[in-house]
Design a protein around this ligand. Structure first.
Ligand SMILES: Cc1cc2nc3c(=O)[nH]c(=O)nc-3n(C[C@H](O)[C@H](O)[C@H](O)COP(=O)(O)OP(=O)(O)OC[C@H]3O[C@@H](n4cnc5c(N)ncnc54)[C@H](O)[C@@H]3O)c2cc1C
Length: 394
């Protein structure tokens, strides 16, 4: 029973579980809740159109010519009907009132029994100035992707700001789709904070071989319109002519609503091991959350969170645990999997060529594996190494 178009001003609910956010975290929780309880009232409030989609597909959909509509697996109405929930789309929460157990939205006030913040993360500000700066894209949801695809129509030259995980994936996807791709990256090689140097260099070289032009050790400072395109000026004065510019310099958890409501925040919304925030009855999960000092903006952690939180909300308080969770970088030019060692873990990288890939193992003095990175094809090895890793959170 979707109430997508209903005016909420007079609406009163019987204190449902209210989830803010219809991303993989919010809908992931809804799905897990329904496995445990078919009937408890659940309302999802979302600022977007509430379509369900796998966000990781945004950075490898261009080469396969996928439209935003084709990436959506279900509409808000279909989710509402299949999971027996109320989904309020195009509805932005503007304030949380913990004392009244209610949220204020731009369409009225909604009371909650338990509140779950699944707010996601915002693209970081790129800091580029100039008349074309407002036209720099970022792709963090389906609507952004639709807008980016429109901008690319009939164009050829794309510059990406940032050679991290998402920047590399877009670079590979765009070059495979026939675009002339330039990446401006602050570091000395791509993914330098995740990968040991040798593998990072191999990834950069593989993308260069595929056609990507790199500007390492540089940032873009100014963007000015020129004809149909943009002239980007870098911090060393070099200029790059582009048709479209994409910023992929990182994401920052959305914490403003929680902060304004007096919840404890740090890098993310700080929660305990049951994902409860500093105020009783409010929980957080997904890209906006910080658990045990960790912000892990990936799919596997949010799926773990969804299972644990569904159990907690249906009466069985459950502490979150994380297994080892390697991240796959979707760069067909050189597929990479990485499980970085935990912050503060001791160990040294040892790099060996194996089967059809190169493996970097980070081992401590006792020879125990603390992290690994694998470049190339090695699915069996990936599973074997993952099994040897310590859990991320026990
Ligand atoms: C291009 C790209 C590629 C990726 N690739 C991978 C990958 O290969 N593997 C991997 O593990 N992870 C990947 N990730 C990360 C992964 O997709 C995210 O961790 C995950 O999708 C986050 O889901 P979320 O629900 O927490 O946030 P989001 O999907 O951002 O959802 C947030 C929701 O909150 C809503 N919202 C926010 N504020 C309000 C408000 N005030 N009122 C109402 N609604 C609000 C939004 O409308 C949205 O519905 C990728 C991310 C990107 C951007």
């Amino acid at each position: 029973m979707s109430q997508c178009k209903q005016d909420l001003k007079q609406e009163k609910y019987m204190e449902p579980i209210v989830i803010i956010g219809s991303g993989m975290a919010g809908y992931g929780l809804l799905r897990e809740l329904r496995k445990l309880d078919k009937a408890m009232p659940v309302t999802v409030i979302t600022a977007d159109d509430g379509a369900a989609y796998a966000k990781p597909n945004l950075s490898n959909a261009l080469a396969s010519k996928k439209s935003a509509a084709s990436l959506a697996s279900q509409s808000a109405e279909q989710i509402a009907a299949s999971l027996n929930a109320t989904v309020l789309t195009q509805t932005r929460v503007t304030r949380i009132d913990p004392a009244a157990r209610a949220v204020e939205t731009d369409r009225g006030v909604i009371a909650y029994g338990k509140l779950v913040l699944a707010l996601g993360a915002d693209p970081m500000a790129h800091g580029v100035t100039g008349a074309a700066a407002p036209y720099i894209h970022s792709v963090n949801d389906l609507a952004d992707y639709a807008c980016f695809r429109d901008a690319l129509d009939g164009k050829r030259r794309v510059t990406i700001l940032g050679g991290g995980l998402i920047g590399c994936e877009f670079a590979n996807d765009l070059v495979s789709a026939g675009y002339a791709v330039t990446v401006v990256h602050r570091g000395p090689q791509p993914l330098e904070r995740l990968l040991p140097e040798v593998l990072a260099q191999q990834l950069g070289a593989a993308l260069a071989q595929a056609g990507v032009t790199w500007h390492y050790g540089r940032i873009a400072v100014q963007a000015e319109p020129t004809g149909e395109g943009v002239t980007l000026t870098l911090d060393d004065g070099q200029t790059i002519e582009s048709d479209v510019v994409l910023s992929a310099i990182g994401l920052r958890p959305r914490i403003a609503l929680a902060q304004a409501a007096g919840l404890t925040t740090a890098r993310g919304i700080v929660v305990d091991r049951t994902l409860q925030a500093s105020t009783a009855g409010i929980y957080a999960m997904g890209d906006c959350v910080e658990v045990a000092g960790m912000v892990l903006p990936f799919v596997q952690p949010l799926l773990q969170q969804a299972r644990a939180l569904a159990a907690t909300l249906t009466g069985k308080p459950t502490a979150i645990t994380y297994p080892a969770m390697p991240v796959v970088v979707k760069t067909p030019a050189l597929p990479v999997t990485v499980a970085p060692p935990a912050a503060g873990a001791d160990g040294e990288w040892r790099i060996t060529p194996e089967q059809n890939c190169v493996v970097a193992r980070c081992e401590n003095e006792q020879g125990q594996l603390q992290g690994f990175a694998l470049a190339g094809q090695g699915p069996g090895l990936r599973m074997e190494l993952t099994k040897q890793l310590p859990a991320t959170l026990v």
